[in-house]
Design a protein around this ligand. Structure first.
Ligand code: GLU
Length: 461
């Protein structure tokens, strides 16, 4: 077990947009795989057909491509453990469900939804388990003939995991240590439904992790309650020796710190890519949501993260999703990127605003202004006056700064400027200063009116 090859997986259910928590899970799996020279598998868990959203798979793949998180194996990547879409593995699961039935680790239950509902009404906190299963309609209470007949008659059934009470279950978690649970609190989970001939998440997940030789299961904290059941399933199959090690990542909490982050708060599409974030900034930001390097360092490239990441340094407590921090990261990446790179992103925006301008000049503007923005798209409203004359003048500034003689002064200044050959700062400044002095103007009056004329408001570089 010690020198087992590291193989991890990201196994989303294609139920729509990729949630930011899911991206973090994938990122941590990626970092873990890379730093151990291991492999990252992309598996689609689509056994719940009701929740299937068309296009979700493509969208997820596209998002990871953008982020620079690469998979080694799986849906769209191929590999020797396929198919990697659970809906294409029905026959495999059937075989393993049968194995559990044959070994008396599972049983067939015929209870209809109505019957279950009635039981819940009758018994408070009803749970289908060792204490109640003998009151239900299943292969433990019915004769073999009855069971066979019901199946032959086409009655729908489920296969339930037969959990024996009184067992102490240990989940060995790399972040949380030894998590101990008594089997009595678990219910006989449904593993398979005849209605759609598909296993439930739990069975498919365990069978696939086993067959795909997954060594470590790194996933969100919301799956921690399922882990004891998963441990029991490994045992029931006789796979204890190759059971993966677990790591349940801390919850992502709302920006205010109270409650779980909602889907809306954390959608990648509306929140990040289209909002103008750099993928590097998103990766950097997410890496530190629940993990810290133990130093003051905050800026990490993906390669640096691979080296620095340490799963045992992940926190158990939830991580506050601080939106502002994400913006701060993007700002830092704007500063780190070269003027050339930012200019190349800004130039199309300039062109879209109907301005023909050389890349060199766009770069000059970027150089002067990039430290004032968090996103590239914020440059245009801030810098448009470099490219087009203002069409509006800030009324408050105009009232304060535009005197009855300002128009006259500006007309003169235009002439002065036009006469200057050397248009560098060193070339302009003495000439303009001399004009101001000769005329006996107030420098403040001239400068303020001049800024208003060029920028349209009272501030500017
Ligand atoms: N399909 C589950 C999900 O959507 C996978 C959970 C796991 O990693 O075991 O997150």
């Amino acid at each position: 077990m010690a020198d087992r090859k590291v193989r991890v997986r990201f196994a989303p259910s294609p139920t729509g947009a990729l949630h930011i928590g899911g991206v973090r899970t994938a990122l941590y799996n990626y970092l873990f795989a890379r730093q151990h020279g291991g492999e990252l598998v992309f598996r689609i868990e689509d056994t719940d057909s009701h929740r299937f959203v068309p296009g979700a798979e493509e969208y997820i793949l596209e998002s990871f491509k953008w982020l620079g998180i690469q998979f080694d194996e799986g849906v769209s990547f191929g590999g020797e453990h396929g198919p990697y879409r659970q809906s294409e593995r029905r026959d495999i699961y059937k075989q393993y469900v049968q194995q559990l039935l044959d070994n008396d680790k599972a049983y067939i239950a015929f209870d209809t939804p109505e019957e279950l509902e009635a039981k819940r009404a009758e018994i408070q906190n009803f749970q289908y388990d060792a204490y109640t299963r003998m009151q239900m309609r299943n292969s433990l209470t019915l004769s073999k003939e009855e069971v066979d007949k019901l199946i032959a008659d086409g009655k729908q059934y489920t296969v339930r995991f037969k959990i024996e009470p009184g067992q102490e279950i240990h989940v060995n978690d790399m972040i949380r240590g030894d998590v101990k649970v008594m089997s009595d609190i678990l219910d006989d989970k449904v593993l398979y439904k005849s209605a759609d001939e598909l296993p439930t998440y739990h069975l498919a997940n365990i069978v696939d992790d086993h067959l795909m030789e997954i060594s470590h299961v790194i996933r969100g904290e919301e799956w921690l309650p399922s882990a004891p059941l998963h441990v029991l399933l490994y045992k029931a199959f006789g796979w204890e020796d190759t059971m993966p090690r677990f790591a349940h990542l801390p919850l992502l909490l709302k920006p205010e710190g109270k409650g779980k982050l909602s889907k809306r708060d954390g959608e990648v599409s509306s929140g990040y890519r289209e909002s103008g974030y750099f993928p590097e900034a998103v990766v950097n930001f997410l890496a530190l949501l629940g993990w810290n390097p133990g130093t003051e360092q905050e800026i990490f490239s993906l390669d640096e993260l691979v080296k620095a990441f340490d799963i045992s340094r992940c926190s158990k407590a939830g991580a506050k999703f601080d939106f502002k921090k994400g913006i701060w990261f993007n700002h830092e990446y704007i500063l780190m990127k070269s003027d050339d790179e930012i200019a190349n992103l800004f130039a199309p925006i300039v062109a879209n605003n109907g301005v023909e301008e050389t890349l060199d000049r766009v770069k000059q503007v970027v150089h002067m202004m990039k430290d004032r923005v968090n996103f590239v798209y914020e440059l245009w409203p801030l810098c448009s006056f470099f490219f087009i004359a203002p069409t509006e003048y800030d009324a408050k500034t105009a009232k304060k700064r535009w005197k009855e003689y300002s128009a006259q002064q500006m007309t003169e200044l235009a002439d002065v400027l036009e006469g200057i050959e050397d248009f560098s700062i060193e070339g302009q400044e003495p000439v303009v200063m001399k004009w101001v002095e000769d005329k006996g103007y107030k420098l403040g009056d001239v400068m303020n009116a001049f800024r208003l004329t060029l920028v349209g408001e009272g501030k500017g570089p």
